[in-house]
Design a binder for this molecule. Structure first.
Ligand code: ATP
Length: 310
C-alpha cells in the first residue's frame, strides 16, 4: 500500500481504421490484422483503498454488472493475485464509450483499472508485466494501455505502435442497443463459409496503405483506406446500419466504417467544422440514437490525478 487516498486514470475508446479477419483457428479465434486509433471518448476510473474489490458505474454503464462479470473488477482481481497484494479497491467508473459498441469500452475500463490499482497498491510491476496482464484480460485491453495508433495482430492483442501525423476528426453514430462480438463473428463465419479468409498479400497491402496514410496527415488519404471485414456481418445482424452508412455518405463524410464488431459507425471528416456539420446532418437524419464528435489519435490509459496521503 502506498497510502494514496485515490488515483484517477483515464483511458480512451478506439476505432478500427482497418480490420481484416481470417478463418477461425483451432482455438476458435479469428486471426486479425487491424489498425486501431484511440479517440477522445473516455472512460474515467477512480480507485480508492477498500477492504474488498468492488465497483460502481456511472454514465452509460449504470446498469452493467459490478461483480466478477465486470472486466474492471476482473482486472483488479488479476493484478491483486499477480502482485500478491492483500488490500482491496473500490472503483468508481464513469463511461462515455458506448457499451457493446465496438469501441472497446470494457477493455478501456480494464486498462485504466490496471494502472490505477498498480499506482494505489505500489505493486512495482513494470509496464511490460501490466501489458501481459492486459492481454490475459481480453484482446483489446493491450491497445487501451498503449493508445495513439497501432497495428494489432493475433487476436488483435499483439500491438505495434504506428506513427501518425495530425489529428483526425470523427463523427460517431452510436446506438443504444449494442451488438455481441461473438455473434458478429458467428455471422461473419456464416457469410464467409469455408471460402477464403483474408488473403495474406491483400492484408499486407491494406495494412501498409493505412500506415502510410496515417503519415500523410491528410484525412482524404486516410478515408480511402478505411475497411472492416466484419461490416457485412454487423449490417446483416442490424440492417439499419446500412442506412447509417448511407446517411454519413449523404452528409458529406469523407468515408464511414463500422468500428470493430459494431454497431458504432465512425465517419471521417476533413476538420473540426466539417465534423460538426456532418454531425448536425446525421442528427437530423435520425439514423442513430446519439451522434458524438471525437478526435484521434489520443494517448492510452494515463493517470489524471493522485490524491495524496491523508
Ligand atoms: P468487445 O471488447 O467484446 O469487442 P465492445 O467493444 O463491443 O466489446 P464493450 O462495451 O467493451 O464492447 O463490452 C462488451 C460486453 O462486455 C458488454 O456487453 C458487457 O456485457 C461486458 N462488460 C464487462 N465489463 C464491462 C465494462 N466495464 N464495460 C462495458 N462492458 C463490460
Amino acid at each position: 500500500m502506498t497510502g494514496l487516498r485515490a488515483v484517477h486514470v483515464r483511458a480512451p475508446g478506439k476505432i478500427n481504421l482497418t480490420l481484416r479477419a481470417g478463418l477461425p483457428r483451432e482455438d476458435g479465434y479469428h486471426p486479425l490484422e487491424t489498425v486501431f486509433q484511440a479517440v477522445s471518448l473516455y472512460e474515467d476510473v477512480i480507485a480508492r483503498p477498500a477492504e474488498d474489490i468492488s465497483a460502481e458505474l456511472h454514465g452509460r454503464g449504470a446498469d452493467l454488472a459490478t461483480g466478477r462479470e465486470n472486466l474492471a473488477v476482473r482486472a483488479a482481481e488479476l493484478l491483486r493475485e499477480t502482485a500478491g497484494e492483500d488490500s482491496g479497491v473500490h472503483l468508481s467508473i464513469t463511461k462515455q464509450v458506448p457499451v457493446a459498441g465496438g469501441m472497446a469500452g470494457g477493455s478501456a475500463d480494464a486498462a485504466a483499472t490496471l494502472i490505477a490499482c498498480d499506482q494505489l497498491w505500489g505493486t512495482g510491476l513494470g509496464r511490460e508485466e501490466l501489458a501481459e496482464l492486459a492481454a490475459e484480460l481480453g484482446a483489446d485491453v493491450p491497445f487501451a494501455l498503449t493508445g495513439m495508433s497501432a497495428m494489432g495482430t493475433g487476436r488483435g492483442d499483439l500491438i505495434s505502435p504506428v506513427m501518425s501525423r495530425g489529428q483526425y476528426h470523427w463523427v460517431l453514430a452510436i446506438q443504444d442497443e449494442g451488438l455481441s462480438t461473438p455473434e458478429v463473428f458467428a455471422e461473419f463465419d456464416a457469410l464467409t463459409g469455408d471460402g477464403p479468409g483474408a488473403d495474406d498479400e491483400d492484408d499486407a497491402r491494406h495494412g501498409g496503405e493505412v500506415v502510410s496514410a496515417l503519415l500523410s496527415a491528410d484525412p482524404l488519404v486516410l478515408a480511402r483506406t478505411l475497411h472492416n471485414d466484419l461490416e457485412q456481418a454487423a449490417v446483416s445482424l442490424r440492417p439499419g446500419l446500412a442506412d447509417v452508412l448511407a446517411a454519413a455518405d449523404r452528409a458529406g463524410a469523407l468515408a464511414a466504417v463500422v468500428s470493430g464488431s459494431g454497431p458504432t459507425v465512425a465517419a471521417l471528416a476533413l476538420d473540426a467544422p466539417h465534423a460538426s456539420s456532418v454531425a448536425d446532418v446525421l442528427r437530423g437524419a435520425e439514423v442513430a440514437d446519439e451522434i458524438q464528435v471525437a478526435t484521434g489519435p489520443v494517448p492510452g490509459a494515463r493517470v489524471i490525478e493522485h490524491v495524496g496521503r491523508g
